[in-house]
Design a protein around this ligand. Structure first.
Ligand code: ATP
Ligand code: MG
Ligand code: FE
Length: 332
């Protein structure tokens, strides 16, 4: 079984080839046009996907050593994501599958973030709990099998990745700010400043409050010292990151207790965060969790995870028609 997978949900154009469950490559073209706007501009993202898609697919095919005729199926992200961006990937995938006369497989991007754990060993056994933390989502997912997943908690407003990116923006750091906050936080004191922990009912999260708290905090401090940010950058980053991680871990701990599960995974772009990884490993030691952390290249958006999900769908014979549309708010 050889599958070509395409990912174009946000601002990464990516293609990957998987052969009998083994990822052969993962080609990612990151769009730099958004940097000067401090966030992803949907219209520009769609255009950049149009530009990058064929070269990325060609490179993936070439480096796989396979020919188009060797492919058994084409897989593509159907959602969630930006409508225009999804449309580019889906239209291409449909046409390609149609031209080759092979089936199309539609993949849910959030399921795929979790299935990134099945690319390499060690692979989590079922059931496990996955904390998916990305630019658009923050979810606690009960993973019962490769394709059977249940969201047991999620953010009621902003995603944690957004909280990282918005904090970075307030600090004058370039987009995407998450990785910069992470780097600066490593040299700062996490207890230098305190920000409120917002408590939502059940296993749900809220990350919009901290963004406002940081905004007011900085405004007050800058009144007394116009160099406040410059002088205390690492401490501010460390303190905000500490608060965000604390909120994430509170509900994760509760989820593992309520569901009596001690296998825990993280997925999505924010799972690249070194503070989060460190905290998870230390909780694992304290609470006897078995923890799974994806490789960096499989944390942020990539087609390898789409290919992995497609592999499992192929085994189930789960194909889709060529008349499907993208679903911007697709649920797991
Ligand atoms: P979604 O998957 O919800 O549709 P997305 O695809 O845009 O959203 P990802 O590409 O999975 O999200 O993740 C991007 C997010 O991850 C950004 O908010 C970015 O700042 C954040 N991020 C990446 N690396 C780090 C890091 N080291 N620390 C904190 N945040 C990070
Ligand atoms: Mg991205
Ligand atoms: Fe993503």
């Amino acid at each position: 079984i050889n599958i070509l997978a395409i990912e174009s949900s946000c601002d990464e154009t990516s293609a990957s080839v998987i052969s009998d469950g083994k990822i052969l490559n993962n080609i990612v073209a990151t769009q730099s046009v958004h940097e000067k706007y401090g966030g992803v501009v949907p219209e520009l993202a769609s255009r950049a996907h149009q530009q990058h898609l064929i070269p990325v697919v060609s490179e993936a095919l070439l480096s796989s050593g396979l020919k188009a005729e060797d492919l058994s199926a084409v897989a593509v992200t159907r959602g969630p994501g930006l409508m225009g961006s999804l449309m580019v990937g889906l239209s291409f995938a449909k046409s390609y599958a149609y031209a080759l006369g092979i089936p199309l497989i539609d993949v849910n991007h959030m399921q795929a973030h979790i299935l990134a754990h099945y690319i390499d060993d060690p692979k989590p056994a079922f059931p496990f709990i996955c904390l998916t933390v990305s630019g658009g989502h923050t979810q606690l997912v009960l993973v019962k099998s490769h394709l059977d997943m249940e969201v047991i908690g999620e953010t009621l407003d902003d995603a944690v990745g957004e909280a990282f990116d918005k904090t970075a923006k307030l600090l004058g750091l370039p987009y995407p700010g998450g990785p910069m906050v992470d780097k600066l936080a490593a040299e700062g004191n996490p207890l230098a400043y305190t920000f409120p922990l917002s408590e939502m009912p059940g296993l749900n999260y809220s990350f919009s409050g901290i963004k406002t708290a940081v905004l007011y905090f900085l405004r007050d401090q800058l009144k007394n010292n116009e160099d406040f940010i410059k002088d205390n950058l690492a401490d501010i980053c460390a303190s905000v990151q500490y608060t965000l991680i604390k909120m994430l871990m509170q509900k994760l701990k509760r989820a593992t207790r309520e569901h009596r599960i001690s296998q825990v995974a993280i997925a999505g772009g924010v799972s690249a965060n070194s503070g989060l990884r460190k905290e998870l490993n230390s909780l694992a030691a304290d609470l006897g969790w078995k923890v799974f952390i994806p490789k960096f290249e499989y944390c942020t958006d990539n087609a390898a995870m789409i290919a992995m999900a497609a592999h499992y769908k192929f085994l189930e014979g789960d194909f889709c028609g060529l008349d499907i549309s993208p679903i911007a708010k697709m649920k797991i």
